[in-house]
Design a protein. Structure first.
Length: 157
């Protein structure tokens, strides 16, 4: 806050009740700022509320695919683990890749930290080519091109 000469010279003798010069304006400005803050707080428009909402959305439990026969099929919702680091792949919709319209950064958890089936750790496996050398059946085979998509529950569109 910048102080006027009158405020600096007046020191402790004056307050906003004195109503001389900018003292009353400072009091009114303070009241307006408090009112704006309270409106944003009740409307959940504060940065903390937005961040909290984002994290609550990312950590919701979601369904994933269980295959009793052990086969992975197109459209399955899976968790992906790196065999070398033993970390699970996770994604954050708040961490966008710059200069790309719809892309987000991914990372992995530390060794031994299994996040479980939540929105940011479940990915969907989709076919890139409609028909390839393996045919058009429902099973994923080694060597087939696949597209790993984020969980549909993660996006707010």
């Amino acid at each position: 806050m910048q102080y006027t000469t009158q405020q600096l010279q007046g020191g402790p003798k004056f307050s906003h009740k004195t109503r001389i010069g900018n003292w009353n304006e400072d009091f009114e400005l303070d009241q307006v700022q408090k009112s704006n803050y309270n409106m944003k707080k009740t409307g959940e428009a504060l940065p903390f509320a937005k961040t909290l909402s984002k994290y609550q959305q990312s950590y919701k439990q979601v369904p994933w695919t269980h295959s009793p026969d052990g086969h992975v099929r197109w459209g399955d919702s899976v968790m992906i683990q790196n065999a070398q680091t033993e970390g699970w792949v996770v994604m954050d919709i708040g961490d966008k890749v710059p200069n790309v319209e719809e892309a987000y950064n991914i990372t992995s958890t530390s060794r031994g930290q299994n996040p479980g089936p939540m929105t940011r750790s479940i990915f969907q496996l989709n076919k890139v080519d409609a028909v390839d050398m393996f045919g058009d059946d429902e099973f994923i085979r080694f060597g087939q091109k696949l597209r790993i998509l984020s969980n549909t529950h993660l996006s707010r569109k």
